[in-house]
Ligand binder design. Structure first.
Ligand code: OAD
Length: 233
């Protein structure tokens, strides 16, 4: 089976009703990014940051995967698929994808404030446990915090993602502005003879000389078009 790697971002979840970050009216227009998505912001006001992610986690109860996510899962019938996502929602899982690398963490998990990546203290929350409170403790006695990779923190899963990208026969970039590294740099690991597709309704600046087939559509329609194109190829 050929290897197909998907790099997804906020745009794939837009049609499910989750805001993107950098589009007009996106999350970073409403909340200062460095306040709610940086380690400095968390240290300055942990309660504000914990509440911000409580709200995002609660929203997961109201949203559903869209056809874009569903078609990513359906590709597993034809390809060995790995989804590398920058999203912290669980919509790829709920649509049925099996191999998912969350580069920026997962809303459904919480961890230690001392050592966010110690697997001993990473805990999966049940859907009804969406609210983390000040004073809730991880196994090491520290404040329980969202299992999210903030600006200023390591991206531990980037090595796994690069390993998958290196094996790609087909690489699909969907719904990401390619502004955030190291995620945006994954394309550099993709073999030069691999086919690369971009699904995004807008133009996206990608720093590369290589040929990229831009399917200028939203996630659902764009994934349908991708299925047609790769079936023909
Ligand atoms: P952005 O908000 O930067 O980019 C979203 C992209 O999705 C844009 O290129 C949009 O044109 C596109 N888009 C909008 N609607 C779409 C649709 N219906 N179908 C397909 N694409 C659509 O989001 P990301 O690139 O994911 O990190 O942002 C990367 C990281 O920056 C996030 O993971 C987050 C943020 O800061 C952290 O919080 C650590």
């Amino acid at each position: 089976m050929k290897k197909l790697v998907i790099l997804s971002g906020a745009g794939i979840s837009a049609e499910s009703g989750i805001s993107t970050f950098r589009d007009a009216g996106g999350l970073w227009d409403k909340y200062p990014v460095m306040q709610v998505a940086s380690i400095e912001g968390y240290e300055a006001d942990p309660e504000l940051v914990i509440n911000f992610y409580n709200e995002r986690r609660k929203q997961l109860l109201d949203v559903k995967p869209n056809q874009g996510h569903v078609l990513c899962a359906e590709l597993e019938k034809y390809f060995d698929v790995t989804v590398v996502t920058q999203n912290v929602d669980n919509l790829h899982e709920r649509a049925g994808s099996h191999n998912i690398i969350h580069l920026h963490g997962e809303l459904t998990k919480v961890c230690s404030s001392y050592n966010p990546n110690n697997p001993k203290y990473i805990k999966e929350l049940k859907p009804e446990e969406f609210e983390v409170k000040m004073g809730d403790k991880a196994g090491d006695g520290s404040q329980l915090r969202p299992f999210i990779v903030w600006f200023g923190e390591d991206v531990p899963r980037i090595a796994d993602a690069a390993y998958e990208a290196e094996k790609a026969d087909i690489f699909v970039i969907i719904g990401t502005s390619m502004n955030v590294y190291p995620a945006a740099g994954l394309l550099n690991y993709v073999p030069y003879n691999a086919e690369v597709y971009l699904i995004d309704p807008k133009d996206v600046y990608i720093d590369t000389e290589r040929k990229i087939t831009h399917i200028k559509k939203g996630a659902s329609e764009g994934m349908k078009e991708l299925m047609r194109l790769i079936a023909e190829g």
